[in-house]
Ligand binder design. Structure first.
Ligand SMILES: Nc1ncnc2c1ncn2[C@@H]1O[C@H](COP(=O)(O)OP(=O)(O)O)[C@@H](O)[C@H]1O
Ligand SMILES: NC(=O)OP(=O)(O)O
Length: 312
């Protein structure tokens, strides 16, 4: 039966560099096309951590290179650039995959702004890793120059920026209209361009919103049946990599909350996914979140694998 699905793509769907992304999006497009081929309505969102870090570094270098008129590129503009860059690759790869399968559908990327609260306490405590993992020299430089860094889920050090919670998707009507006229939409890329509202003006904020939280809001606003978070593991585990590791097939919101309070999910990696899944699943009847491996999207939606999070 036809379902409305919001797909959140993780880092493995895009790679870490321009050449990696060109290859990754082809692979990713196959997984998405599998769902479209089954007749589902699909909206795609994606992360941007490596890409927005790369763009931010490049723009900082550009700013420094003009000695007379040094320019500063706000982080919100870097997020906008990352949406366009990733959307461009992804929409072309997906379109090509659909043509190859004889599916005459258009794919469009919507440059999406997401409103955040200017007084969100998360502005005071940067927690979102962006850019590449630093080597020792880069780490020393960052520490000596007041650049905030953090250990990213046991994988090494990265720069961190503020990551306020998404409150409102500014272009939601456009996204809904495109979806309802049969288009495949890429939206809320990199969590959306963070903005605060000052009267009629939307002001860019120095932050990167978590794409899992933005995707949960998008799925709620679109009244989706499924939020599918595609990442690098097939299922969510409790006691992950521990002696009593147990892979979860299906949990309800209460169980998920219990596991979160027991610290089973790493902050910055699996925790925001489970939080986003809980947020969506608890927001209405018949709203199901699924966390699984990119390549298993089709098996997941058909109930064969992944971790399902349901209200009850
Ligand atoms: N309890 C857990 N169960 C499964 N994976 C976990 C768990 N805790 C941490 N992880 C790790 O989280 C990773 C997914 O987070 P991350 O790589 O940040 O996501 P993204 O796909 O959005 O880039 C998994 O590949 C896995 O290594
Ligand atoms: N914006 C965001 O959540 O990006 P990542 O998924 O790459 O961390």
């Amino acid at each position: 039966m036809k379902k409305r699905i919001v797909i959140a793509l993780g880092g493995n769907a895009l790679g870490n560099s321009l050449p990696e992304q060109m290859i990754a999006v082809k692979h990713t497009s196959k997984a998405i096309a599998d769902l479209i081929e089954e007749g589902h309505e699909v909206v795609i969102s994606h992360g941007n951590g490596p890409q927005v870090g790369m763009i931010n570094e490049a723009m900082a270098e550009y700013g420094r290179s003009n000695k007379e008129h040094p320019t500063f590129t706000p982080l919100s503009v870097c997020v906008a650039m990352s949406q366009a860059y990733i959307g461009y690759d992804l929409q072309n790869a997906l379109k090509e995959e659909l043509i190859g399968r004889g599916i005459p559908k258009s794919v469009a990327t919507v440059i999406t702004q997401v409103r955040v609260d200017a007084d969100d306490p998360k502005f005071l405590n940067p927690s979102k890793p962006i850019g590449h993992f630093m080597n020792e020299e880069e780490l020393e430089y960052a520490k000596a120059n007041g650049i905030q860094v953090m250990e990213d889920a046991g994988r090494g050090y990265r720069r961190v920026v503020a990551s306020p919670m998404p409150k409102e998707i500014i272009e939601i009507n456009t996204i809904r209209n495109l979806l309802e006229s049969g288009e495949i939409v890429i939206a809320c890329g990199g969590g959306g361009i963070p903005v605060t509202r000052i009267g009629n003006h939307l002001k860019g904020a120095a932050a990167v919103i978590d794409k899992d939280f933005a995707s949960a809001l998008l799925a709620k606003e679109l009244n989706a049946d499924y939020l599918i978070i595609l990442t690098a593991v097939e299922k969510v585990a409790i006691d992950f990599r521990g002696p009593n590791e147990k892979w979860l097939d299906s949990i309800n919101v209460e169980e998920a909350k219990q596991y979160m309070s027991e610290g089973h999910f790493a902050p910055g990696s699996m925790l925001p996914k489970v939080q986003a899944a809980v947020e969506f699943a608890s927001s209405g009847e018949n709203r199901t979140a699924l966390i699984t491996l990119l390549e298993k999207a089709k098996d997941g939606i058909n109930g064969k694998t992944g971790t399902f999070i349901k209200k009850a």
